[in-house]
Design a protein around this ligand. Sequence first.
Ligand code: HEM
Ligand code: NAG
Ligand code: NAG
Length: 318
Amino acid sequence: MAAIFLSLVSFLLFSSTLISSNALSVNYYHQTCPKAESIIAKVVQKGIINDKTVPAALLRMHFHDCFIRGCDASVLLDSKGKNKAEKDGPPNISLHAFYVIDHAKKELETMCPGVVSCADIVAVAARDAVALSGGPTWDVPKGRKDGRVSKANDAIQLPFPTFNISQLQQSFSQRGLSLDDLVALSGGHTLGFSHCFSFQNRIHNFNNKNDIDPSMNPSFAASLRQVCPKHNKVKNAGANLDSTPTVFDNAYFKLLLQGNSIFSSDQALLTSSRTKRLVKKFAGSQEEFFEAFVKSMIKMSSINGGGSEIRLDCRFVN
Ligand code: HEM
Ligand SMILES: *[C@@H]1O[C@H](CO)[C@@H](O)[C@H](O)[C@H]1NC(C)=O
Ligand SMILES: *[C@@H]1O[C@H](CO)[C@@H](O)[C@H](O)[C@H]1NC(C)=O
């Protein structure tokens, strides 16, 4: 009873914060910083030239930001004094390329001081990362405010790669996102890389019957075991999330249907008829994937963080 009441309260809290996110608008900086987006795009582009892993990092950064405390740039804050920040929490190992956001912020502060929020920079940079990797582009609604709180322990609120479909559904629905959003946004795994520990559960001691997750393609599992042996000594060993890790395409969905996906949470998309149908649709049509991805990204990036300021330095509260 108490649990039902609590979840009702948190649902109401979530819905009211979601509704107030309607304040975002595509032309938000039209008067106050008309060049904001072209400045961010240029910085992202430069970042990619130096490091091809930048787009994956920026996309994951935005996801991480929005899923914890809403899209309020809490992911960018550095630990300070006794407070250990989100970015120093347990699943932080894939987070990087914060310097790209710092560069953009620096240029924006010169051009239009105190105007563009760090949370908006992350949202716009994630869009640019997708577009510059061959994916779709879209207008990003803006007007987010930056939050003043970031806690390492909050990072456990991110969905785990070991989640099954009902756990994933719950994690997404708590943030106003549907099963359809889950499938489209999981397509973000068309970019990037994972460390061994994030999929170790599938390739060693999977359960008491199977050493390897039987839903995996055996030759794929064997190749993962080669880079990630049981007692792995290579620091930063791991695997790309799909066959074209720097190209935003629908290869992830094709591979998923063949048992060649990295995480249990990817594989889980084939365990409900609704999500499986979408996986097949996106594997068959990149266009339909792109269209759905854009819709769901706009939804995810509108999860309101209830921030209160425009940070001057994205790593520190004002
Ligand atoms: C559905 C639930 C999700 C789970 C369980 C999940 C889990 C993970 C894990 C465990 C990693 C690798 C961490 C590591 O070992 O380095 C990862 C990487 C990544 N995720 Fe997800 N993720 C989810 C959803 C998303 C969403 C919604 C997006 C964006 C739309 C996204 C984008 C990425 C990207 C781009 C990477 C690669 C990062 C890099 O190479 O730097 N993920 N994800
Ligand atoms: C991740 O957290 C550890 C401490 O828990 C910290 O030393 C490391 O710098 C963090 N990584 C990033 C990319 O912030
Ligand atoms: C998912 O995992 C949870 C927790 O272990 C379990 O209670 C639930 O029954 C599982 N759901 C499915 C569909 O396997």
